[in-house]
Design a protein around this ligand. Sequence first.
Ligand code: GRF
Length: 212
Amino acid sequence: MKLRTAVFASGGGSNFQALLDHQGPSRSWEIVLLVTDRPDAGATLRAHAAGVAVAIVSPGSREPAEIAREMLDVLDRHGVELVLLAGYLKLVPRAVVERYRQRILNIHPALLPKFGGKGMYGLRVHQAVLEAGEAESGATVHWVDEEYDRGRVIAQRRVPVREGDTPETLAARVLAVEHELYPAAVDHVTEAIAAGEEPTPMTLHTTTEEMK
Ligand code: GRF
């Protein structure tokens, strides 16, 4: 039995695509639903192409409790057991976090706990890394709790910052690593769940390959 998985995305969805491409008979998970707050998100086109159902949950000016109810309802209808945030820019409602405790992952384009939190998304993250004069950045997969980018880290990979990097060049280097790290972390977590164990963090190792 595969874990029924929903991906939440607000943007182009290249991580969503990497997850879609990684699925297969040997995996312990399958994507059954895309949830987005933006009907025009590029991720919706990817979902349509892959035959994945799409649910649009637009916060608008509605009460958080009402949004949470709608979200839980759609997740229930699709029998969702695992949630993967992939460029989802809204805070996940508290009731959803509570229901899916240790069952919601996020990917962040920096080495958390540094360079995370509210407002730290997109090129702002990479701009902040460059302004701080960091020698390296990377990608982090972590459990989601009630705060932005604060839950326990499951997997990280480092990426060097290079002389002359701009936020755009650094973002591209980190994104390429994200596309490998996220599916690998989801395999790791879901294999543990399938074996009836609570997932532990993956070991952090930096290979010479990563530092090229
Ligand atoms: C990624 O950098 C991810 O780490 C962050 O948002 C970005 C989403 O990019 N949370 P994409 O939509 O998956 O291309």
